[in-house]
Design a protein around this ligand. Structure first.
Ligand SMILES: Nc1nc2c(ncn2[C@@H]2O[C@H](COP(=O)(O)OP(=O)(O)O)[C@@H](O)[C@H]2O)c(=O)[nH]1
Ligand SMILES: [Mg+2]
Ligand SMILES: [Zn+2]
Length: 295
């Protein structure tokens, strides 16, 4: 039996990397063996392909879930970085959802604000102010214009850690990966050729090694627009939003939804300006979505 890390996943095909860096196509021994990128697995060679026999216990598992299906992102993460930019405009709801998902999974999350060289940087900072206020670290970078400074700032954060990078398209995700992982294109190539997709596919969650000792990794997971939180119960939601949580204990009704009840601590804090209007709107939107009849 050999050991390795799942570094690519595409449907029922998995790419497993051995400690020496070799990457091999593997399948699972039966459907019961469920694995995602980041999993440590035991596998053995059968012909020229590998068979994953078992998956080591996970430290954590991040997944998104919509009404129809649940989809795992990745396992055994040290942190999540959510990349946004001064321009183009991004959906704050997607950012909030990712932070809630990380909190649910017990994974540390930070925000990286890119393109701070652009003139509308102040508006972008103001938009993120509620996040900084609630204790989320917001790092500013200019991945393209101040590449060396960005690399120097991000390197210690990524070193020896497994980091999931999320962010809507156009924010600079590819720029960040190419800056931090000089061999990124080659690594994608190895995964593609192991998967035999014949092209440099980016439709799959991909693991990039950050150093030769294979101690740090950056994981890129596309398609996150479908980010659903249907594994969160509506009554859990306020507790997962650090700016709402302290006020949710001050409601007249113990089962207050913070949407229309009198004597609501959350809405009192909103009226007093202690909770940002954008954050409360996101709460309402998510609460309605999570309360909708399930299929
Ligand atoms: N002004 C500015 N543009 C940037 C910066 N970083 C990336 N971009 C540009 O933003 C666009 C999107 O970047 P890309 O890495 O492809 O984003 P992705 O869609 O998230 O992978 C590209 O045209 C980049 O050149 C930056 O620091 N400043
Ligand atoms: Mg890209
Ligand atoms: Zn309330």
């Amino acid at each position: 039996m050999q050991h390795g890390v799942v570094v690519g996943a595409h449907g029922r095909h998995f790419v497993v990397e051995s400690p020496d860096g070799a990457r091999r196509l593997c399948h699972r021994r039966g459907k019961k063996v469920d694995c995602v990128v980041g999993d440590r697995v035991a596998w053995q060679l059968t012909g020229d392909e590998g068979v994953i026999e078992s998956v080591d216990p996970r430290r954590n598992l991040l997944f998104r879930q919509d009404r129809w299906r649940s989809k795992s992102f990745a396992a055994n993460l040290d942190q999540l970085l959510f990349l946004v930019a001064v321009e183009p405009m991004y959906s704050e709801s997607q950012l909030a959802r990712a932070l809630i998902a990380a909190r649910t999974a017990g994974i540390d999350a930070q925000i990286v604000l890119n393109k701070v060289d652009l003139p509308s940087v102040d508006a972008a900072r103001a938009r993120l102010a509620p996040y900084a206020r609630m204790g989320v670290t917001v790092r500013e970078v200019s991945l393209k214009r101040q590449a060396d400074a960005a690399r120097a700032g991000l390197a210690p954060l990524l070193e020896h850690r497994t980091t999931l990078l999320l962010g809507p398209s156009g924010m600079g995700k590819s720029t960040l990966i190419n800056l931090m992982v000089p061999s990124a294109a080659a690594q994608v190539g190895e995964i593609s050729s192991a998967l035999n997709t014949g092209r440099h596919t980016t439709t799959t969650t991909t693991w990039y090694c950050l150093d030769d000792e294979r101690r740090g990794a950056l994981i890129d997971s596309p398609g996150f627009q479908e980010y659903g939180l249907h594994h969160v119960r509506p009554e859990q939601l306020a507790g997962l939003m650090p700016d709402l949580a302290p006020h949710a204990g001050h409601c007249r009704f113990y089962n207050c939804t913070h949407r229309q009840e009198p004597g609501c601590g959350v809405r009192t804090a909103l009226a007093a300006g202690e909770i940002a209007a954008s954050r409360y709107r996101i709460y309402e939107e998510l609460h309605a979505e999570l309360s909708a009849v399930r299929w």
